[in-house]
Design a protein around this ligand. Structure first.
Ligand SMILES: Cc1cc2nc3c(=O)[nH]c(=O)nc-3n(C[C@H](O)[C@H](O)[C@H](O)COP(=O)(O)OP(=O)(O)OC[C@H]3O[C@@H](n4cnc5c(N)ncnc54)[C@H](O)[C@@H]3O)c2cc1C
Length: 482
């Protein structure tokens, strides 16, 4: 790049959903914006590729997109005009148990409750008020800490959400299916289910299943990145790939720099002009467990024993509440569970374009200790086989990535942590450090816009949205385009 001649109001480093969202917010305000991406394709956690065999299109990272559809900011971006189609599987989520049964999280709260038998009334009582307030709740939860306009609504949610998922499940439900269902959705937190606020993640994901569904992008999640980038281009923003940044001195002249990076990476960037005290605080930032991921090319759909699993976009494998909780607790102790909790998605049940005719793909990961290089292939495949005997015979090819390889693929996944840092009570709203404006840094021209800021991991773009607003508020982006 000829940085001597170029000047931008803002340069965004990293093109994940948060980097692209930040750039869109700024470009819509008629600021000149350039996004620099280290890899050869835009999108960060939104890339898709033929990882196994020709014609089988796998999502390298994010696959299931309730946060994309629910995101207050992304709802304002006309992604469908730029080719994005979100497909809804018949059932968002099934959680099989031994013996051929499964708990089902249906689009309809009522059908979900009916399926939970004796725990149906308790499910209605727990989820009914939360689903009724999903929009204002999401506005509050997907952002920095603020005093809510409707404190009573948040308080009602907060009383359940602050609990460990194991406690909330046992207080509310008596039977294995409902307890297991709550354990599975809560395990997306990547916290031990015995830790406070692990329930919050489960409640939000269950709420989204009823409110907007758990969709999958036709053609793969890369289409979300492509649509975001195309919209950015339409409002005047520019992007460049193969532009890995190691020093802010490498950037063209700019008013503000927004980094779609997490603290450990920021500490490695030169010329950030951050004071030692802030650097020390960044260095104390905590990363959580990593993931081990598998993608399969399959000759036929997965032969689930429980019928509901065949129509579910996502399937949670791990058995009962006690089993899921024990697997997640083991990861936090630094162990690799023999029976890991596995999150599996089967996009080809709604999107046949992702594989050659009559063939299928599946995507799965389990949690592992941060930085793990252990191969979890057999442990994950044993969990699938447990609920779908004969699965192994349908595998045509597989591609795997351990936690260390996840970080090599995308440096934002430090040690394989896909949420950009632990999302516990202490760090959820104080990420990356506790400050009134967590997106701003002591360098008045540098902002952080990655999932290491509130509200954390997921494809919602809200970290980028709030970081861009912070930059705009500080009035650094003076030279607007005509
Ligand atoms: C296996 C896996 C499964 C997931 N599943 C889901 C899911 O189903 N649903 C969901 O909502 N979320 C999911 N996520 C999480 C989601 O992908 C992330 O939370 C999201 O992508 C974070 O967005 P971001 O913009 O903060 O960072 P990222 O998407 O990580 O983007 C950061 C970008 O910065 C670039 N970069 C890094 N360093 C530099 C540098 N020095 N110079 C230039 N560029 C640089 C990287 O190459 C990358 O493109 C998953 C993640 C993984 C890994």
């Amino acid at each position: 790049m000829n940085k001597d001649r170029e000047t931008f109001d803002a340069v965004v480093v990293g093109s994940g959903p948060n980097g692209l969202a930040a750039a869109i917010v700024l470009a819509r305000e008629k600021k000149s914006v350039l996004v620099l991406e280290g890899r050869d394709a835009l999108g960060g956690g939104l890339r898709s590729a033929e990882l196994t065999l020709p014609g089988f299109v796998h999502d390298m990272c994010a696959e299931v997109l309730p946060l994309t559809l629910g995101s207050p900011f992304l709802r304002t971006v006309p992604l469908s005009e730029f080719g994005l189609e979100l497909l809804q599987p018949q059932i968002p989520l099934a959680h099989p148990l031994d013996g051929g049964r499964a708990a089902v999280l249906d689009r309809s709260l009522e059908r979900t409750a009916q399926g939970l038998g004796g725990d149906g009334a308790a499910y209605r009582r727990l989820m009914g008020p939360i689903v009724a307030s999903w929009r204002p709740l999401l506005e509050i939860l997907l952002g920095p800490f603020r005093w809510p306009a409707q404190p009573s609504m948040l308080a009602r949610f907060g009383l359940a959400a602050i609990l460990p998922a194991t406690v909330l499940a046992r207080i509310n439900f008596r039977q294995a299916p409902a307890q297991a269902l709550l354990a599975g959705v809560s395990a997306h937190s990547m916290l031990s289910l015995e830790r406070p606020i692990s329930a919050a993640f489960g409640l939000v994901l269950a709420m989204l299943a009823h409110a907007v569904g758990w969709p999958i992008a036709r053609g793969g999640s890369q289409r979300v990145a492509d649509a975001l980038a195309a919209h950015l281009g339409s409002v005047g923003g520019q992007t460049r790939t193969n532009a890995h940044i190691s020093s802010l001195a490498e950037l063209p002249r700019h008013g503000a720099a927004l980094l779609d990076l997490t603290p450990r990476q920021i500490l490695q960037i030169q010329e950030t002009e951050l004071p030692r005290s802030y650097r020390r605080r960044l260095a104390r930032y905590r990363y959580g467990p990593g993931v081990f991921k598998i993608d399969w090319a399959l000759e036929a759909p997965i032969p689930w024993q429980a019928e509901a699993c065949r129509a579910a976009g996502t399937v949670h494998l791990g058995g009962t509440l006690a089993e899921v909780a024990s697997a997640e607790a083991a990861v936090w102790r630094g162990d690799h569970p023999a029976r890991p909790f596995v999150i599996l998605a089967q996009p080809t049940i709604v999107d046949p374009s992702r594989a050659p005719a009559d063939r299928h793909i599946a995507w799965a990961y389990c949690h592992v200790p941060n930085g793990s290089t252990v191969d979890m292939t057999s442990a994950i495949e044993a969990q699938v086989e447990r609920f779908a005997p004969g699965f192994g015979r349908r595998i045509l090819a597989r591609s795997t990535r351990n936690a260390g390889e996840m970080e090599a693929y995308n440096p934002n996944y430090v040690g394989g942590d896909i949420n950009g840092g632990v999302q516990d009570l202490l760090q959820l709203w104080t990420r990356p450090v506790a400050r009134p404006d967590p997106y701003a840094t002591p360098n008045p021209r540098m902002f952080i816009c990655s999932s290491a800021t509130p509200p954390g991991g997921g494809v919602h773009g809200m970290c980028g949205f709030y970081a861009a607003r912070s930059a705009l508020r500080r009035g650094l982006l003076a030279s607007s385009r005509g």
